[in-house]
Design a protein around this ligand. Structure first.
Ligand SMILES: *[C@@H]1O[C@H](CO)[C@@H](O)[C@H](O)[C@H]1NC(C)=O
Ligand SMILES: *[C@@H]1O[C@H](CO)[C@@H](O)[C@H](O)[C@H]1NC(C)=O
Ligand SMILES: *[C@@H]1O[C@H](CO)[C@@H](O)[C@H](O)[C@H]1NC(C)=O
Ligand SMILES: *[C@@H]1O[C@H](CO)[C@@H](O)[C@H](O)[C@H]1NC(C)=O
Ligand SMILES: *[C@@H]1O[C@H](CO)[C@@H](O)[C@H](O)[C@H]1NC(C)=O
Ligand SMILES: *[C@@H]1O[C@H](CO)[C@@H](O)[C@H](O)[C@H]1NC(C)=O
Ligand SMILES: *[C@@H]1O[C@H](CO)[C@@H](O)[C@H](O)[C@H]1NC(C)=O
Ligand SMILES: *[C@@H]1O[C@H](CO)[C@@H](O)[C@H](O)[C@H]1NC(C)=O
Length: 769
């Protein structure tokens, strides 16, 4: 195998040489136009510190001996107009030398070499790090297309990283650096600072507690969508997040990653009016049916002088504690409509928000998540957006064009009327787990965005709501930061599979190519939100839908399993076996569901019973395959939640937060199943029992002749399954059980036998609605 890799590399070197020649001619990018306003947004650590930090990344990745084959140095002046660059070459001593503009750029260069020359793969769920015996020859320079590579969505802190400790963060920051990410959200510790400010204003602890969200719901409380839900926060939580923030910022700064810090958006406890009766506040709108107890905090009008005072007090205190790199994220109207439509007022509002930042930090740059312009396109007309964003001096605001791959706003909004923007892939909602992606669009539109006439694109970014799914899409998107041209996607998916499992294999390659052309080639305007028959609240009204052919995925699964020889020990292959099997079962449930409906509508109780029992069996199979992988366990999520607690009360509250967020999301199912997880434990004790109640009710209705009463059944599901699941303290395994490949093979044989029966029943199940 090693021999193969080396010979393959020779070919690849030739290819790269060709690519390198194209790289020499660097066109002027819009990044350069903002040097005068963004020039100070750059790594503060010395070249020496950054180089050392990058070496440590290499050591954690490759071990001391592996890392010693690389010599890393940093020279900030090696860049071009603020854009990062790295140069990789083989020295006479056979070392690979990496010279880069920053610590991040050096780690990025290391990853570039390992990936494109040594067939290495680094993913969230595992790594394939088998190096060739002799490191391949190399001589190339890569310059970043844009100034920034941005990462994170404000809600990742709720859906994915909420329970993380330093150990997980350290690994993840390494991953960021290896992917060249040089601008990243760092939001911890803000409630600790607010608590201090509010107490200083004589607010009572009770008044503060009903404002902050619970630990798994902080992002939405921060944006004024909810208040108090899942809380209160304890002093040990505050302590935990302050320490964590120091560690995260320390590491990011050493590497030269610019952390984006929180600024005051205006959402304040209701009690503010007790202390300041004249304060100009409005209640934010009700969000997703949360009742008054948990919704609608006050929004302090940014033009009220009190806004400037509170906002600057907060920022002063925050910077005192954590320092600053001058970029501040602030979302006042994320999913709330502004209280005015008047253009001058909108202008004053945003100007006031920005002024509260510059009072404290004259170099402040406001980073705005552009989600509002997508979410409420009716309110945010062109002129309102223009008024809102151009009252901030041009170049002092950075807009994240969220979900550029599906709902780009930069064209409608004329490159944000001159404000710089970052092209962001918002690939995932709620951290749900269905396979999905828009490879062809990403492979095209990023380049178009960069080429816009008078365009202001200054970066690329990934802004998923949750991570740990569909890694392939993140891998593709991250490459867009240095690729000069679109890739051939067929070849790209082939290369991906070769790196991921360590060697070329006809079955895994074939499977990935098919996935690339089907599941990962979504191009519609439907909102894909991880809601499938198995993960949804049971109902007679679900319309199963997919943009690709179910049978093709079924046969791809079989092909993929043929690739198991020699890959039984590959962590990543095993992970993908589980994920693909999960996907196939998810799709199979669509068919069974359609059969259930047909039998029910035809009042054929025999057929209904048969299909119902098939459905429940499918849940058991899903549970079994998921339980075989460390990446699909409720037990891990709950263990991690509890491990942050410092006493019994916290432990109980955190577990409740963890369980509620992935199921009811709110006391009464306000956004039920939005962040659902196809995990072992959730399937057995939440998804399956819901369907069991529902299917039984259908059968009872047919046998008794009584009309099916959905209201009554929904209530029963809530009372007997959903709510009890959120309060339960049941302990789940946090170690995988069984062999994923053997389980998958069994399921393949078993469901193959049932296939005719499934299809015979569903001649008119249309999957391409
Ligand atoms: C808070 O209360 C104390 C004691 O009642 C008072 O001295 C102080 O001025 C108050 N602070 C504010 C900001 O109102
Ligand atoms: C609050 O601010 C709005 C917008 O500036 C203004 O129309 C309104 O009169 C103010 N209300 C109070 C009570 O000051
Ligand atoms: C906007 O702010 C300016 C300056 O503070 C003020 O003169 C003007 O009346 C405000 N306009 C509106 C509509 O609030
Ligand atoms: C670009 O800017 C130039 C000069 O300001 C202007 O003449 C031209 O119309 C602009 N093009 C577009 C597409 O906005
Ligand atoms: C992906 O989808 C696009 C647009 O729908 C289509 O033009 C393209 O041919 C598809 N690519 C593949 C490899 O199927
Ligand atoms: C897989 O790992 C096991 C245990 O480490 C080892 O005994 C076996 O030889 C490995 N198999 C392959 C195909 O590498
Ligand atoms: C009911 O469904 C079964 C298949 O499960 C079929 O054999 C039978 O003919 C159906 N009965 C009627 C009346 O359609
Ligand atoms: C359905 O059940 C609900 C709740 O039990 C009940 O209030 C309602 O009257 C029932 N509807 C019908 C049509 O029976």
């Amino acid at each position: 195998m090693t021999k193969f890799i080396v010979s393959w590399n020779v070919q690849f070197c030739l290819l790269l040489l060709a690519v390198y020649i194209c790289f020499i001619n660097i066109s002027e990018a819009s990044s350069d136009h903002f040097q005068h306003t963004l020039g100070h947004v750059k790594p503060q650590a010395s070249a020496k510190v950054q180089a050392e930090a990058a070496r440590k990344v290499a050591q954690r990745l490759l071990g001391t001996i592996g890392a010693s084959l690389f010599s890393i140095s940093v020279d900030p002046d090696f860049g071009i107009s603020g854009r990062d660059r790295f140069k990789i070459s083989k020295s006479v001593e056979d070392n690979v030398e990496i010279l880069a503009t920053s610590g991040v750029a050096a780690a990025w260069g290391l990853h570039y070499y390992l990936k494109h020359y040594c067939n290495v793969h680094i993913a969230w769920e595992g790594m394939q790090l088998e190096l060739p015996n002799k490191l391949p020859e190399v001589e190339l320079t890569v310059t970043s297309n844009d100034r920034f590579r941005y990462y994170q969505n404000v809600v990742v802190a709720g859906y994915s990283t909420v329970w993380w400790k330093w150990e997980q963060w350290e690994k993840h920051i390494d991953w960021m650096a290896l992917n060249g990410i040089n601008l990243a959200l760092a939001f911890h510790g803000q409630e600790a600072i607010w608590q201090k400010i509010y107490l200083g204003l004589n607010m009572t602890q009770e008044e503060i507690d009903e404002h902050f969200g619970g630990v798994a719901f902080l992002p939405w409380a921060r944006m004024g969508n909810i208040r108090g839900w899942g809380g209160p926060l304890s002093s040990s939580w505050h302590k935990h997040t302050v320490i964590l923030q120091h560690q995260i910022l320390g590491r990011m700064r050493e590497l030269g990653i610019i952390p984006v810090l929180p600024a005051f958006a205006g959402h304040v406890p209701r009690a503010l009016t007790r202390l300041f009766p004249a304060a100009n506040v409005t209640e934010t709108q009700c969000w997703n049916h949360f009742n008054d107890q948990y919704c609608c905090p006050n929004l302090l009008n940014p033009v009220d002088p009190l806004f400037k005072k509170l906002g600057s007090d907060f920022l002063k205190e925050y910077i005192n504690e954590f320092g600053t790199d001058h970029v501040y994220s602030c979302d006042t109207f994320n999913e709330n409509e502004p209280p005015t439509t008047n253009l001058a007022s909108l202008r004053n509002i945003s100007r006031s928000i920005y002024d509260a930042m510059t009072t404290v930090d004259p170099g402040a740059i406001w980073l705005l998540q552009g989600w509002l312009f997508v979410h409420d396109i009716i309110f945010w007309t062109e002129s309102r957006v223009e008024a809102f964003i151009t009252s901030v001096p041009i170049g002092k605001m950075i807009i994240l064009d969220l979900q550029s791959e599906q709902f780009p706003q930069y064209t409608r909004l004329k490159s944000y009327y001159g404000q710089p923007f970052i092209w962001c892939m918002l690939h995932n909602f709620g951290g749900t787990l269905g396979m999905f992606g828009s490879a062809a669009i990403i492979n095209k539109r990023v380049f178009e965005g960069r080429q816009l006439q008078n365009g202001t694109m200054i970066g690329t970014g990934i802004t998923p709501e949750g991570i740990n799914q569909n890694y392939v899409m993140y891998e593709l998107m991250n490459e867009m930061a240095y690729r000069r041209n679109s890739v051939n996607l067929d070849t790209w998916f082939e290369d991906y599979s070769r790196r991921r499992y360590g060697s070329w294999n006809e079955y895994t390659v074939k499977a990935w190519k098919t996935l690339g052309r089907t599941i990962y080639n979504f191009s519609g305007l439907q909102r894909v939100r991880g809601q499938y028959v198995i993960t949804r609240h049971p109902s007679l009204k679900i319309i199963p839908w997919s943009w690709y052919d179910r049978d093709q995925i079924l046969s791809t699964w079989q092909v993929f399993l043929e690739g198991r020889y020699g890959r039984r020990n590959s962590t990543l292959y095993r992970h993908d076996v589980v994920d693909l099997t999960r996907q196939v079962l998810q799709l199979t449930a669509d068919i069974i569901y359609t059969n259930v409906l047909n039998s029910f509508n035809k009042k054929n109780i025999t057929a209904l019973r048969k299909q119902a029992s098939l459905m429940l069996e499918l849940f058991d199979d899903l549970e079994k395959i998921l339980a075989s992988s460390k990446d699909f366990l409720l037990g891990v999520w709950l263990r991690d939640a509890k491990s942050v607690a410092t006493n019994k009360a916290e432990e109980e509250l955190y577990e409740y937060n963890a369980r509620n967020q992935i199921t009811l999301w709110g006391p009464n199912g306000e956004i039920r199943d939005y962040a659902n997880k196809q995990w072992s434990g959730v399937v057995a004790d939440y998804f399956k029992p819901r369907w069991a109640v529902f299917l039984k009710a259908l059968e009872d209705s047919l046998s008794s002749g009584k009309k099916f009463n959905a209201t009554e059944v929904n209530k029963r599901i809530f009372d007997t399954v959903e709510q009890p699941f959120t309060f339960s303290r049941k302990i789940y395994l946090d170690e995988p059980q069984g062999d994923s490949i053997d389980i998958a093979l069994n399921l393949r044989d078993k469901w193959k036998k049932k296939d005719n029966f499934l299809h015979g029943q569903s001649a008119n199940c249309n999957h391409n609605h």
